[in-house]
Design a protein around this ligand. Structure first.
Ligand code: SF4
Ligand code: F3S
Length: 100
């Protein structure tokens, strides 16, 4: 299995999640960094990131709500495409994230 970043992360990107991941499997686009992804081949399902996200964007693959299931494949595709960079330290969220 893996864990999956879903739609609530989009245009928020609080990045609390990245600091707890023991295998550093979070990735972010080098440009237009408005969404994080988990590499499903690296995630060890430790669950540590789930409670860190203030907008509850991260789910175990089996628990992803029906209206968010497209993100399972999106995380996989984006990580496979190779134009992402590893992120392990917290950054400022997207403008407007707190209001959103
Ligand atoms: Fe990293 Fe664990 Fe979250 Fe997977 S479940 S992304 S290994 S913190
Ligand atoms: Fe996104 Fe939540 Fe992490 S908003 S960056 S999944 S803490």
């Amino acid at each position: 299995m893996t864990h999956v970043v879903t739609g609530n992360c989009e245009n928020c990107v609080f990045t609390d999640c990245v600091e707890v991941c023991p295998v550093t499997c979070f990735y972010i686009p080098a440009e237009n960094a408005n969404m994080l992804y988990i590499n499903p081949d690296e995630c060890i399902d430790c669950r540590l990131c789930v409670d860190q996200c203030p907008v509850k964007a991260i789910y175990a693959e089996d628990d992803v709500p029906d209206d968010q299931k497209q993100w399972i494949e999106t995380n996989r595709e984006k990580c496979a495409a190779g134009d992402l960079v590893s992120i392990t330290e917290k950054r400022d969220p997207c403008p407007g994230a707190l209001e959103k």
